[in-house]
Design a binder for this molecule. Structure first.
Ligand code: ATP
Ligand code: MG
Length: 353
């Protein structure tokens, strides 16, 4: 099995902080209210959405059950939202669970036997399913059968049961940790990407509308630009900026209020937060700009390797602050410039080529 062993990336030092892309439990109510419920409310990811619209329309027209789909991408980009949107568009009942929640076969058995024809089963963090559970899920996904053994040794009893046809939607922040038999059983893997400034501006304006906040275009753009390409962060920063606007201004959100609030939240002009900057600093100051392996960076930062790989690096790579080479991560000229550290161009060139 091509399963790679990683520690799980759950120990984010920013957990509970304003700018972690991961969800804080105390804000789920707030974020749920902002969650799009249909394709037309879902901003961005246009290619994925147009493909999914076709799949959903075809399934509805043909009266068949939608394929199993996998959604991959960093936290806060809208995987869970998309699963709900699909279930809603299919008029299907959605059952929600997660890899760590299915900790033995009995839990899986009760989930699967609860399904009705056409229902959607959403498994979040699907990369965290145990191999034993995965085996059972394979036949459920492929043949809509539930085959497993109760007990062990000579007294083991085989249970074979036909299941109604259902759709499994999986979400993962770590596509690389999924075994290949698991990957093969999905009709398609959708890789969500970071949102651009225009898309995030629309999201901020939409959320402000739902929350009855007054915000001008420049204010929305400022929040969008500094949200690390992530709708969850955009929505969270909007709320924090609103607080500043209430306390220090007349409640209206404009560019100045947004800028001064974000400055105080230590979100910089490029949307990088403290951990992003510390990460770049470590590569540049301690490892001479790289190349350096992620383990060494994690040790220097006292941070989980998983957090760096799932949360920090994808954005820094995308935004052009680091590159990857077979020997490790390298800070780019843009990273030096951003941190105001002088760069020896010639030395960087020899590292890159
Ligand atoms: N395309 C979008 N348009 C508008 N808002 C969005 C979109 N995607 C996400 N959001 C907002 O961002 C929030 C976070 O999205 P969601 O919970 O779906 O992320 P996720 O990818 O499942 O993250 P995680 O990996 O942490 O589970 C949602 O509450 C929603 O309000
Ligand atoms: Mg989610």
């Amino acid at each position: 099995m091509g399963r790679k062993k990683h520690e799980d990336g759950d120990g984010d030092a920013r957990e509970g902080s304003e700018i972690s892309p991961r969800e804080n439990l105390n804000e789920s109510g707030y974020l749920n209210a902002l969650r799009p419920t249909c394709f037309d409310e879902y901003v961005g990811q246009t290619e994925i959405i147009s493909n999914l619209k076709v799949s959903v329309a075809a399934a509805k027209k043909g009266g068949w059950v939608l394929d199993h789909f996998l959604f991959a991408g960093p936290p806060g980009l809208g995987k869970t939202t998309l699963a709900h949107v699909i279930a809603n568009e299919m008029n299907a009942k959605v059952h929600i669970t997660s890899g760590p929640a299915i900790d033995h076969k009995g839990v899986l058995a009760s989930m699967l036997t609860d399904l009705q024809e056409g229902d959607v089963l959403f498994i979040d963090e699907i990369h965290r399913l145990s191999p034993v559970i995965e085996e059972v899920i394979y036949s459920a996904m492929e043949d809509f059968r539930f085959d497993f053994f109760i007990g062990e040794g000579p007294h083991a009893k085989a249970i074979n049961m036909a299941l109604p046809r259902f759709t499994l939607l999986g979400a993962t922040t770590r596509m690389g940790s999924l075994s290949s038999p698991m990957l093969d059983r999905f009709g398609f893997h959708w890789q969500l990407r970071y949102y651009d400034e225009d898309e995030l501006t629309i999201i901020v304006e939409r959320s402000a509308g739902i929350l009855n906040l007054r915000i001008d275009l420049a204010g929305a753009k400022e929040i969008a630009r500094r949200s690390r390409g992530t709708p969850r962060i955009a929505n969270r920063l909007l709320r924090r900026v609103r607080d500043f606007a209430e306390v220090e201004g007349d409640g209206n959100i404009n560019r100045e209020i947004a800028d001064s609030a974000l400055e105080r939240l230590m979100v910089d002009q490029c949307g990088l937060d403290r951990l992003d900057r510390n990460y770049l600093n470590v590569i540049i100051e301690r490892f001479d700009g790289g190349p350096v392996g992620v383990e060494a960076i994690a040790a220097s930062l006292s941070e989980e390797r998983g957090t760096l790989e799932e949360v920090v690096e994808p954005f820094l790579l995308q935004a052009g602050f680091i590159t990857r080479s077979p020997r490790g991560r390298i800070a780019t000229a843009q990273a030096y410039e951003h941190l105001g550290i002088p760069l020896n161009q010639a030395a960087l060139q020899t590292k890159l080529y």
